[in-house]
Write a protein of this length. Sequence first.
Length: 433
Amino acid sequence: MQGKMYSSSSSRSTPHLSDSNRRIINNNNNDKRLYQVWKGSNKFFLEGRLVFGPDVRSLPFTIFLIAAPVVFFCIFVSQRLINQFQHIGNLIVAFPAVFTVFIIIILFITSGRDPGIIPRNLHPPEPEDEGNSSSMYSAWLANRGGVAANVPPTKDVSVNGTIVKVKYCHTCMLHRPPRCSHCSICNNCVERFDHHCPWVGQCIGKRNYRFFFIFISSTTVLCLYVFSFCWVNIRKIMESYHCNLWKALLKSPVSGVLILYTFIAAWFVGGLTAFHVYLICTNQTTYENFRYRYDGKMNPYNLGLVRNIGETLFSEIPPSKNHFRANVKENSISAFPSSVSMGRIMSPEVPKRSFDVEMGAKRQTVAEEELEDIQNHIDSVAGLDLERCGTEPRHTNWNHKSNWEITPDLHELAAEFRMQQGITERKKIAGIL
């Protein structure tokens, strides 16, 4: 009974915490899936099993552009073809319908899978000439984005005996592997980045490039198929009615519309397919072709025609480097990037201190201990000499517990704990009087 009374009185004396501070306290037990706290712009479905780009809304429109002409072909053009080609007429009509279903499945595979996203780092990479903690922290100065000053902007990597420079990604806080680039639309570094396709609604990278190529080449075949058999239908009308082309088009206007539509579409997807055939044969990506122009210099990835085709289309697809359905701590994902993006200076070891706060007497005791730690840390930081800050790290006497980040949330939390302590002391004085 006494314990319940104490717990009740303790909870009544505790002030209401702000949302930001309540998030700091409760995040210790707040497990989420990786896709729920993902920092990119991707859209996830089926609890992280499908990952799309931010422009996934274009996918239904793409499906409509593919399926609509086939539907019109099967409804308005197929009957005459079935009558003209009695034995194979049904096959002529069934083929585009089945092939369209195949193309849509390939489209979903291309759009709904990880294209080769490289996981972000929670903090910038450690310096290669790693020294003591003082030299490490002195280099930890924010530069318009919180990036450590000692991280080199480029690194030299050997690819097939050729030196290739790889850049440092300030968003993902890593040196990109060769052929990797950061997609500004999806906000991810993608391995063997080719381009971001708005029709597919996804980046095209190492893990979905071959499906993209199958998609555009199959769509080209479908366009040519419908185009050809619409012309066959017009020719049969001209032969049956002994009329000219214009009268034949009037008798089957849908055939004329489909001829015009598939002709334009075939030029688009057919030209894209031909361009990617060239890229596959020379082992280039669209990004490399437009940016580096390997035609004028040595392409370090060119292994010859046969090996280029084998590496691009027939090599084993690597597994995803991201387990989007894995359980993660939300604060472990969001702690560093949010602070870095605001240009705050953080200690080399960034794990946030977890507040193991419970109801009752334990909550009151922990609150007082945390208040003392926060106050000591703020006082110690405020009293640092500016010249000493340039050469030595901040030192706090916390019995080597963990380094803290000075954020407005901590200041607010300290103020609230001071308020709580003041209320408790006033109650004690009132009880004495």
